[in-house]
Design a protein around this ligand. Structure first.
Ligand code: TYM
Length: 337
């Protein structure tokens, strides 16, 4: 009976995004764009993960502004706060609490192997703080608190996701079934959007070269300009092939926003130069992002509405996650209040 109920329950999704500046085209295509369509089929929790953001020093005023803007952007990208639970991580105290417990089930060695930790500590050698090191534990807590079945993310989060799964498995094997084992939900296209200036590197908002990265609130003319200056190759053939990193990246972006397959794109640009192709990609991206930008501007005029949404989201997230935390506390031997 219990098994039948389990198999018919609506599956749960959790995902999060850091509020460090506006979302990039990578964040959008690799993750956030895919979150909206999941809302009808799944029970979705989406969070602006500001606690993760402070692993790198932040200006407090800017972090506050960016957090609200990121929340508005989440809604502008199609997250409906009536269908999904959309909340700000620091408003829900269970995240920090479960994170502590899980940190006692994580090995120093496995956290040392996280490539993001290695990259970020190389980038910020003056501040290799403990939060940067235990970041994946907090991420595991985010996911496991909601008993998430699926976690829609870009490919760069795969290693963190595997850690979350391992920790859940470890905990379950000691204390019995406590956490659902989460699976990644990684898009086939644009799971890793690359820099426009160095297509062997991930597109990232922290890139020092502003031309490398499209912010989804960039002005249309800025977007077109950035695509026009994208690094390609000297072959002048629009084709998806090994060794054509720049063109492969542009084709993936174009395909993700237009729904056209690679063959169709190759046909469309036979005999045309890269100049035409780059402008076409830029225009398609501008068309895709225009409604997001318009909804964002509207939402930012209505801060009261945003506040109602994030407060309600936090209350719902807390109610659900507290149940998981209580279960965990009981299992590990914490005395009830
Ligand atoms: P963050 O904020 O760096 O990125 C948010 C989402 O965007 C995806 N992404 C990309 N996808 C394709 N191409 C790119 N160039 C690109 N850049 C970023 C990321 O894979 C991610 O899905 N640790 C997470 C936030 C987090 C989280 C979680 C995610 C905290 N807790 C729990 C899922 C579940 C992060 O820093 O994402």
């Amino acid at each position: 009976m219990a098994e039948a109920a389990q198999s018919t329950r609506k599956k749960i999704i959790f995902s999060g995004i850091q509020p460090t500046g506006t979302f990039t085209l990578g964040n959008y295509l690799g993750a956030v764009k895919n979150w909206g369509p999941l809302q009808d089929e799944y029970f979705c929790y989406y969070s602006i993960v500001n606690m993760h953001a402070i692993t790198v020093r932040q200006d407090p005023k800017l972090l506050r502004e960016n957090t609200l803007a990121a929340y508005a952007l989440l809604l502008a990208c199609g997250i409906d706060p009536q269908k999904s639970v959309a909340f700000i991580q620091s408003h829900v105290k269970t995240h920090a609490e479960l994170s502590w417990v899980l940190s006692c089930f994580c090995q120093f060695g496995e956290l040392s192997r996280m490539t993001q930790f290695k990259d970020k500590s190389a980038k910020h050698p003056e501040d290799i703080n403990a939060g940067l090191f235990t970041y994946p534990v907090l991420m595991a807590a985010d996911i496991l608190l909601y008993q998430a079945d699926l976690v829609p993310v870009g490919i760069d989060q795969k290693q963190h996701l595997e850690l979350a799964r391992n920790v859940a498995q470890r905990f379950n094997s000691v204390y019995g079934n406590t956490f659902t084992l989460p699976d990644g939900y990684i898009p086939k296209l644009a799971a890793k959007v690359m820099s426009l200036q160095d297509p062997t590197k991930k597109m990232s908002k922290s890139d020092e070269n502003p031309k490398a990265c499209i912010a989804i609130l960039d002005k249309p003319e800025t977007i077109i300009k950035k695509f026009k200056s994208a690094v390609t190759d000297s072959e002048a053939v629009v084709a998806y092939r090994e060794g054509k990193d720049g063109i492969n990246n542009l084709m993936s972006i174009y395909s993700a926003v237009t729904g056209k397959g690679f063959e169709e794109i190759e046909q469309e640009f036979v005999g045309k130069g890269y100049g035409d192709f780059k402008v076409a990609v830029g225009e398609a991206v501008v068309d895709e992002l225009r409604p997001v930008r318009e909804r964002f501007d509207e939402l930012m005029k209505n801060k009261d509405y945003l506040e109602t949404c994030y407060r309600e989201g936090a209350a719902k997230a807390e109610a659900f996650s507290q149940r998981t935390l209580d279960k965990v506390h009981k299992k590990i031997g914490f005395f009830a209040k």
